[in-house]
Design a protein around this ligand. Sequence first.
Ligand code: SF4
Ligand code: SF4
Length: 248
Amino acid sequence: MSKPTVGIFGLTGCAGDQLVILNCEDRLLDIVALIDIRDFLMASSENDDACPLDIALVEGAVLSRRDADKLRAIRQRSKILVALGTCAVWGGVAAMDRGTDRARLLEEVYGERGLEYDSSPAQALHELVKVDLNITGCPVEKEHFIAAVAALLNGDTPLYPEYPVCTECRMRENNCLLIERGELCCGPITAGGCEARCPELRVPCAGCRGPAGDANVPSLMAMLEQKGFDRQQLAARLRTFAPDGVAQ
Ligand code: SF4
Ligand code: SF4
């Protein structure tokens, strides 16, 4: 039986998720033995950029007509399209400027000719095309990528945590930064799966994995207000990674 054909692509982003794949090190050879990677510009200069793909993994947000055209072409040639990382799933860091005057931004950064650049407000992949699977994270967790490959090869859909970072933080028996130290920690409404990496180091969660499936924003807001924070402060913190409206 022939191996499934796979393409790995980057739109506008930092390439961190593609690096996670390359950093699978000891597992990489096993993965390559099971799949036929046909198009992965970051790893190879010899690619087939037109062949049909069983699975396409796409990192980054859409920030230009070029990105949008590339994404639509990937969608057309792929049976399964996976959004890889917070930028692809939610818009991520590039979407921080949503709601600002884009023309003024372009002029400030690029000068008078800024408006001529092929540049548009950041969009997550699902805002343009059908996405079959989301793997969030900034960057994604290596184990989540490997689990996705294993599940898709078996015809299954991988399951990722629906619970928030707090669940993992409490399982690791950390003292709560929010309740005990009064720090603005986004753990209660951020998707788990990172093993509470930041609170484990006594750094408040900045929400880099995007909103948890069952995020209880009103409950967090009530607790934050008790601690002297307001809605604007939470919205400003969450705007770095999550879509507008999570804290509204
Ligand atoms: S430190 Fe943050 S992530 Fe950990 S339990 Fe408290 S609010 Fe949740
Ligand atoms: S604790 Fe929060 S900011 Fe840190 S890696 Fe996890 S989701 Fe991202």
